[in-house]
Every structure is written in C-alpha cells, then in structure tokens.
Design a protein. Structure first.
Lengths: 507, 281
C-alpha cells in the first residue's frame, strides 16, 4: 500500500464537479498546470485529485458548462483558536521535509487594516463640492525633490525660474505599477505594464530583473530598479528609464534578499538578467556596498553621476519599526523619492514566517515618515511613494491624505489580469499565465488585452479619486496631500490616532 | 601646457594636447572633476591623465569606450563603477568600490585597494598589485562570453567571492603588507553558486564557506592561470615581490608565481538553496 506523507491528506480545497453537466471536454485538464484534473483512461471520463488543487479557480473560470466549483475544504480538525488548521498543516509540511515555509503574494493574516478604519470627509453647504465631470480636476503629480524656495527672473517671454528644478517624474495619475521583475512575472506582462503606463502617462517599475531590449522604447514611462543582485544593471539600463530606484527592502520580506529559482530562468530571462539559464538568481539581503547612510549616499551619487543628474533617484525600503529615522537618512543621502513598502506588499516568493511577521502596516509607517520629514523641515527634499496593500481608489485617497505623493500598485495590477491570489507564484506554474515563464502558460496573457485591463483599472480609479476629491471640495490632488483633516478614524485607540495624526470620527 | 581649451555645455573646461589631456585634480570637487573628464571625452580625447587625485569619487564611472585613464594619487570610492571598456591605471592605492557593477574594461592598481572591489562585475579585468579589503569580488557573474577576472597580488579580507555567480578570482597572496595573515579572511566563497576562486597556496578549511571544498587544479585550470598570471606579471614586473626581492622581468615573475601549487574553490551547486523550502501559502 502506498503511504502518503501526512501533509498530503489535508488539502486546502475540494473540487466539486457536477457530473450531469460535465461534457468531458478536458478544458480543465489542459488549464490546470498542477494536474489536479486528468483523464481517466479506465473510466473514460475526466476525474480530479483535490489534493493537488491550489485554489486558483482557473478551471472553474474556463469550464464551458460551469460544472466546476472550488470550495474550501471544511475543517478537518477540531476547532481550536490557537492551533488553527494553518499552523497544524505548516508543521506537517515541515516535519515531512525539513523545509523553510515558502509563500507567494502578500501577508494574508488578519492584522489590522488601517485603511478600513479611516473615513473621508465631504463638503456640505459651506465650501461646496465640485463635480469632476464638468469642472477641471487635477490629478497630475510630480515626483522629485522640490526646492526650498523658487526665484524668478523676468525675461521678455515672461518669468523664468532662476535655478533649474531638480529632475521630476511627471505622472498623470498618482499611481504607478510596482516593481515586479521580469522573471518573477513574464515578458507579456512587462509589455502590458509598459504599454499601460505609456497610455496612462504614468510609470511602471522594472523590478530587479533588468530591462528586456524590446522594452527600451517605453523608457519615458519606466523606472529602472537597482537591487543588491545588480541583475541586468549597466550604463544603458540606468539611462533607459525616467528614474532609477535603489531597492533596499521589500515589504513582503524585509531584511532578506531575493531568490529567483532556476526553474523560472529561461532564455529570455537569462538574457535580460545576464545570468546563466537554470542557475538560481540570488539577490543578497543587503547591498554589500551599503552598510550606512553614507554608503547609500555613495550609490545614489554613483547613479546620479552615471545618469548625469538627469533623472530622479528613488530609494525603496520596507516599512519597519525605525522607518522614520531611516527615511530621514535616505533624504539626507540625496534621494529624490522615498518609497515605503508596507508589510502587506506582495512577492513572488518569501519565507512565510517573514512575510507574515516582519514589518509594520504601511498606513502607520507613512504617517510617521511624513511627520518626521516635516518636523525636520526636509519633506520637500523628496517625494514619498507608498506601496503594499493598496486595493482600491479610496486607499489611494487615504494614502495621499496621510502624506503620500503617489502609490505603487502591484497585486492590484495582477488581479486586473486575472490573479486570484492563490499564492503559489514560486512554483513557476501560475495557471493564469502571470507568475510563470513557461511557454504554454505565459501565452494565456495577451499583452494588448492585459495592457487594456491595467489601463482600465487606473482610469477607473482616477475617476473615483476625482469624485472623492470633488466631494471634499478640492479640485487638485495637490490640495489633498498631507491634508489629514480630511480623514477621521473609527474604532481606533488614541495611540493609533496619534500615530496616524487624525481625529476620531465625531470630533 | 599648450593646446586647445575644450569646454562642455556646463562650462567645464580642460586643455588638450591632441588625443591626450592632463587634468590636475588639486582642490577640485568630484563633480567638477568628473564634468571635466566628460568634457574631454566629448571632445574626442582618448587618453586622460588625472594627477594629484585625493579621494575624488566616481572617476571613470559609467564611461564607455576605448579610453585610457592614468590616475595618480588615491582615487575615491566607486572608481570605474558601471564602466564598459576603458582601461584605468592607478599609480597609488584605491579606496572602496573599485569596478562596482563594472561591465567591461580593465583596471590596474599599482598599490592596494579597499572593500567590495568588483562587486557584481560582469566582464573585464581588475588587477591589484597588493592587498584588498573585505567582500572583494562578491556576486561576480558571468554571462555567455563575458567572464570577469580579478587578480590580486596580495591578500584578501573576509568574504572573498561571497555569492559569486560567475567569473574568476585569482589570489596570489604574495605582495602583502600582512605577513602573518592567512591569504584570505573568513567565510571564503560563502553562498557561491558559480565561478571559481584560485588560491596560490592554501587556507585553513575552517575559513571556507559552508559546503565548499578546496580542490587541486588541473591542466585546464593551469592554462587559464598561466594566461592571467602572465598578464598580471606584464603589468607589475619590476614592482612586485616580497620586500627585499630583486625586481624581476615579466617572464621570471610569471614563473615565480606559478612555481607554487594553486588550489581552486568551486560551488557545489548552481542551486545552493534549491531544496531549502516547502511551499505553502
């Protein structure tokens, strides 16, 4: 008798197939890259093994007769609020393998989501609201260092700035596509992000996997990232984009490096990262040339020298306990943009314990970083971009009211193209054709369709942001920035309200 | 010095003498110095000598093409970072970050160099006559026909070749100011998953990173070493050896270097952490 390891008895999902409706067309068999559905030669019909199901819902979405339902498997275990099935299953897996638990996507734990405890204001009677469908409403955002003061000289053509402004990134929406490397997600989606960003007048971020030669044409809407592995980083790459981002940390895995498994490194990824096929691409936890703020300054200026001071340089850190002090150092080291990635930020792969237990909520980090930079009188020296768990346009509005200049969206952009957050990105088998470079799977993403869906999402959010701004009697996103009086807390204690710098509802 | 005066669009000027120019770095901040260098390059100068260098950073950073630099003095951090193509000769010691993420070219240091030399370098050569600091050659990578090589005449600090993914480090341990130190520090090659480190002599086993082993070199290794050692000897003949040694010509020096046995350190896997994880969500 074949004995299965304990962990395989307790699967997370059950596949239900309505036999009466199933026509044995085998679409589910072809769609499931985990081989949960298969053709039974003896029985001459399609069968399934629920133990292999990851809950991605691809089969149910593609089934022409809608005969498939994927359900969570009812609890196998006696109720226990301490020993939930998650912990029991983790231990079974680790006892089987001795492995470090690995997860994809962001932290799913039921930790506080402060966006949901903040409510926006609206104008009533006095200070009338504005209708964005019929009145101008400005969402344009400029990221980069702003001077302490501006001086003008008068010329026959009109006034001119006496000193040139530091380089700025011009965005038509205060939203950018977050760093997701080519390798972690496939080329079709990089094309889609590049095209959507170009259509929208915003930027996408290459992540640390280099820039494919075919994507240099979208440079005006590209932020190129430099991380500790320096994959695909060279002079042309640094000069290809409209900004350079130094990645120090990532919200999903603060304090640890990246690790693209060899399975995901095919010919094109290899060419772009400039590493051999099939070999792991390991990004060290720190940049080993950065052990201090002074060292960070050195890399910032190495990049500024390399780009001849034409483009802003951003530094991205994970939201951690001392984020305000670190952000202050980053600004003083010469960064033009500070990016803070909260503990709900997504990832292609992170050790589960790190993803679920390290870092702090972005809302709190954002508020405290903005405060600190204001208190020190250096808030204008850099723009502040936040990431990690922005799910909707209201989250964007709340982030900006707390003090952000713009947000990055990663998970939301992937959900726009079909991601259902099954969280198995690290297998390279993504049935939605997202976190995979397998030829049969990645072709499920058509770059034109994906670009349209991403662009639709940002346009829709743009309209909603305009509606919310108009409702508050504001006609420009600039008037909302750091305007915490437009926020009120509900169900928050005094410490939380204090950190967020907002009043409780009713006050 | 006679010759044309050249200026860039920002008004930084240098004097040229045909294809050559000399820039005096005395009292010049790095940004102005590098603007002067770029002005010279834009005017077609291919041979630049920078004298009186006192720690100015980013010299030759992100410079591309067949250009020769002579640096006299002590260049500052990130000499030749991101560069692709130039040759740099430094007559003096160099600071940290030499050849950071370098993409090609050649850096020859007639002296010692600091930490993180050759970090993530992808192609080109770095030759150092004397000792180097910590974390040298970490995360070097090779791709297709691009194989970076670092040759160090002296000794190295801890974490030599950490995370190394490709290329070669050749450590001779000969021209050193640290007579009693082992030729490398601790954690040699930790996390290495590609490339090779050659050592002249041996280091104690406990200094190796986890899972690594020292192996004897074979004929193919010796052919590779012979070429790079001869290249090294050609640069440093007459200025290399233990204190009190007679200066040697390149051929004699090559033979002297190769007279002692070498060992090599290779990764045990291109996927060192391939079996470390168990998937969940």
């Amino acid at each position: 008798m074949h004995v299965k390891p304990i962990s395989q008895h307790f699967n997370d999902f059950v596949i239900e197939r309505e036999r009466a409706r199933c026509i044995n067309c085998e679409v589910c068999v072809r769609q499931c890259s985990y081989e949960a559905h298969f053709w039974d030669e003896a029985k001459q019909f399609v069968v399934h093994d629920s133990a292999r199901c990851v809950g991605c819902h691809r089969c149910a979405a593609m089934c022409p007769t809608s005969c498939l339902t994927i359900r969570k498997k009812p609890s196998d275990f006696r109720d226990n609020s301490l020993w939930t099935s998650t912990y029991i299953k983790h231990i079974f897996k680790q006892a089987d393998t001795g492995g470090v638990l690995l997860s994809g996507m962001g932290n799913p734990q039921p930790k506080p989501i402060y966006w949901d405890n903040m409510l926006l204001d609206a104008s009533q009677v006095t200070n009338p609201s504005i209708d964005p469908l019929r009145e101008p409403m400005e969402l344009r955002t400029f990221l980069g260092a702003k001077p302490d003061a501006v001086e003008f000289i008068h010329t026959p053509e009109g006034p001119r700035l006496k000193q040139p402004l530091p380089p700025q990134l011009q965005l038509e929406y205060p939203i950018m596509f977050a760093a997701m490397s080519f390798g972690a997600i496939n080329f079709n989606l990089h094309v889609a992000m590049a095209r959507a960003a170009t259509q929208l007048g915003i930027c996408y971020n290459t992540g640390e996997g280099g820039l494919h030669p075919d994507l240099y044409q979208y440079g005006a809407n590209t932020i190129v990232q430099v991380a500790s592995g320096r994959f695909g980083v060279h002079k042309d790459y640094l000069n290809a984009g409209t900004a350079v981002e130094i990645k120090v940390g990532q919200g999903a895995k603060p304090g640890i490096g990246g690790h693209l498994p060899g399975e995901k490194i095919d010919e094109e990824v290899s060419r772009t990262r400039m590493v051999p096929q099939g070999s792991d691409a390991i990004s060290p936890a720190p940049h080993h040339d950065i052990y201090s703020i002074e060292d960070l300054l050195q890399l910032i200026y190495a990049i500024k020298e390399s780009t001849r001071y034409r483009v802003p340089v951003a530094v991205k850190i994970a939201a951690v306990h001392n984020a305000p002090a670190i952000a202050s150092g980053i600004v003083r080291a010469g960064a033009d943009i500070v990016v803070i990635d909260g503990f709900r930020g997504g990832t292609g792969a992170a050790p589960t314990m790190i993803r679920d237990n390290v870092g702090i909520p972005i809302e709190l980090a954002l508020a405290s970083v903005d405060n600190r930079l204001r208190d020190e009188g250096i808030r204008n020296h850099a723009s502040l971009v936040v990431a990690g768990g922005v799910r909707c346009s209201a989250d964007v509005v709340k982030a900006i009211a707390l003090g952000a200049d713009a947000v990055y969206i990663g998970t939301a952009a992937l959900v726009a193209v079909g991601c259902t957050l099954c969280g198995r990105c690290y297998t390279g088998k993504c049935p939605w054709g997202i976190a995979t470079n397998a030829a049969q799977l990645k072709k499920r993403q058509n770059p034109d369709v994906a670009a349209q869906r991403m662009a639709n999402l940002v346009r829709a959010w743009g309209h909603e942001i305009q509606e919310m701004l108009g409702g508050m009697g504001l006609n420009s996103i600039e008037s909302l920035r750091g305007n915490r009086d437009k926020l009120r807390g509900v169900g928050l204690n005094e410490v939380e309200l204090g950190v967020l710098g907002i009043k409780h509802a009713g006050l | 010095m006679s010759g044309d005066v050249m200026c860039d669009e920002k008004g930084f000027c240098v004097q040229r003498e045909g294809e050559r120019c000399v820039i005096d770095a005395t009292g010049v901040y790095y940004r102005q110095l590098n603007e002067q260098i770029r002005a010279a390059l834009e005017h077609g100068v291919t041979d630049i000598e920078v004298v009186q260098v006192r720690g100015q950073r980013y010299i030759a950073t992100a410079v591309e093409g067949d250009v020769h630099f002579t640096v006299r003095g002590v260049p500052g951090q990130d000499l030749g970072a991101f560069m692709r193509g130039p040759t740099i000769h430094v007559y003096g010691n160099a600071q940290d970050g030499v050849g950071n993420t370098m993409d090609g070219g050649r850096i020859v240091i007639h002296g010692m160099a600091g930490d993180v030399l050759g970090y993530a370098m992808r192609d080109g050569r770095i030759l150092v006559r004397g000792d180097v600091g910590y974390r040298v050659g970490i995360h070097m990578k090779a791709y297709m026909d691009r194989v970076p090589v670092i040759v160090v005449g002296g000794k190295a600090g801890d974490f030599l070749g950490e995370y190394m993914a490709g290329g070669a480090i050749i450590l001779l341990g000969m021209h050193s100011g640290m007579a009693d130190a082992p030729i490398t520090g601790r954690n040699l090659g930790t996390g290495m998953h590609g490339g090779v480190i050659y050592l002249r002599g041996r280091v104690p086993e406990y200094q190796l990173g986890p899972g690594l082993a020292m192996e004897p070199v074979d004929e193919a290794d010796m052919d590779f070493l012979r070429g790079h050692v001869a290249d090294f000897a050609a640069e440093f003949a007459g200025e290399f050896g233990a204190v009190g040694d007679e200066p040697a010509d390149a051929a004699t020096l090559t033979d002297a270097i190769l007279s002692e046995p070498f060992v090599k350190i290779r990764p045990f896997s291109h996927r060192p952490y391939g079996n470390m994880y168990v998937g969940t969500n």
